[in-house]
Design a protein around this ligand. Structure first.
Ligand code: NAD
Length: 373
């Protein structure tokens, strides 16, 4: 891809080796573009930074979304990733009623080997230069310690330890836990977890915390992770049954909870699903938006990913509230996730539409109303 946008004059140290270019016009050629308002490319060859900040829609407020550090195989792959994620943030904020727009950033680097202090310094300069257009925080590859590092250099960073809300993952897990209960209530008429079988894919920050909550209320867990040490730990901590990574999506269970990767629900995998409910934290679980219809036709209740996993976003957004971070207020808002989900489930049933269509409709209606006012 060519980057023909003009380098705009933004404020960052004159001696900086960072170059910041608006690439919206070039990015508009991507299939994933979807009317993004603005895309920035930050480059600093000396400090190893290639970062894209995508701002999808700011009708409801400034763009808020995490920064992912990942060694994408190409620039175009990174661009597609950031555009999809950024669009998802617009819907996520809107559907849970937050006064923020959608944005996201990716830094093309291996978080294990390429995430140097110099790279993060250069990225902090990029964020500062964007002057409040974009608020960010943790995502895959960017830890709370990294957020602290960035926050010490630029103000628009959330999920930090000092004065911030810390790691969002346990809050995301709480929202998923409450969302699973809402789905059980809707589908089976009970939200009691004892005796329920829940298949959890991925035992990372969210998956592990979710397993703790489910186990605490007596659910029987079937788990998988590509990290054998995590699986071993889960077997011992939760008496979980372990299955190979490629088998978790088709085990006999009441709920399948994808908490690892996106794209796990597709034309290929959906026919093998035995669970009656899919409810997990992973972003972009559906390979294609239309695959939600396949789930509906199989009688599987799907909790739209960006609704059930909004807890972390709600928590970091609370940091930006006028009075500062208030954990109780954030958790009260997370308790609204199952209420939103139940509304979506009921409307989907009444209108015979997939749940993700209803979620998108609610989000779009809020964005349209904000544009009108
Ligand atoms: P994480 O990196 O801590 O954990 C992911 C886990 O999935 C790891 O243990 C990894 O080994 C495992 N994994 C990877 N590939 C796998 C596979 N094929 N099969 C089974 N396990 C596999 O990430 P996380 O913060 O726990 O997030 C999990 C998912 O939830 C991601 O999709 C993330 O984008 C999404 N999400 C997270 C948050 C949050 O607050 N952390 C918020 C919203 C959405």
């Amino acid at each position: 891809m060519l980057h023909s946008g003009e380098a705009r004059k933004l404020k960052y140290p004159r001696e900086s080796t960072l170059s910041l270019t608006e690439i919206t016009a070039d990015a508009a050629r991507s299939e994933a573009f979807d009317g993004h308002e603005c895309i920035w490319l930050g480059r600093d060859d000396k400090r190893g930074l290639t970062a894209i900040v995508a701002i999808h829609n700011t009708a409801l407020g400034p763009a808020l979304g995490g920064t992912r550090i990942w060694p994408h195989e190409s620039f175009d792959a990174a661009l597609t990733d950031v555009l999809r994620l950024s669009r998802g943030m617009t819907y996520k904020s809107a559907v849970v009623g937050l006064p923020f727009g959608g944005g996201k950033a990716v830094i093309i680097a291996d978080p294990k080997t390429g995430k140097t202090p110099e790279l993060l310094e250069a990225y902090a300069e990029m964020l500062a230069a964007l002057e409040g257009q974009f608020f960010t925080g943790e995502d895959v590859g960017l830890t709370v310690a990294d957020a602290d590092f960035l926050r010490a250099r630029t103000p628009n960073v959330t999920g930090t330890t000092r004065g911030g809300s810390g790691n969002p993952s346990p809050v995301t897990a709480e929202g998923v836990f409450l969302g699973i209960k809402a789905a059980l209530r809707h589908r089976l008429g009970t939200d009691r977890l004892d005796g329920m079988v829940i298949a959890v894919q991925g035992l990372g920050s969210v998956g592990w915390s979710l397993c703790e909550k489910l186990h605490g209320e007596g659910a029987r867990l079937i788990v998988s992770d590509i990290d054998a040490a995590r699986v071993k730990k889960a077997r011992s901590a939760f008496s979980a049954e372990a299955v190979p990574a490629d088998a978790i999506g088709s085990v006999e269970a009441d709920v399948f909870s994808p908490c690892a990767l996106g794209g796990v629900l597709s034309q290929e995998t959906i026919p093998g699903l035995k669970a009656r409910i899919v409810a997990g934290s992973a972003n972009n679980q559906l390979a294609r938006h239309e695959d939600a219809r396949l789930l509906m036709e199989r009688g599987v209740l799907y909790a739209p990913d960006y609704v059930i996993n909004a807890g972390g976003l709600i928590n970091v957004a609370a940091e930006l509230a006028p009075g500062g971070y208030d954990r109780a207020a954030a958790m009260a808002r997370v308790a609204g996730i199952p209420v939103t989900l139940l509304d979506i489930f009921e409307r989907a049933e009444k209108q015979n539409l997939p749940t993700n269509d209803i979620a998108a409709e609610i989000a779009m209606e809020r964005i349209r109303a904000a544009r009108r006012s």
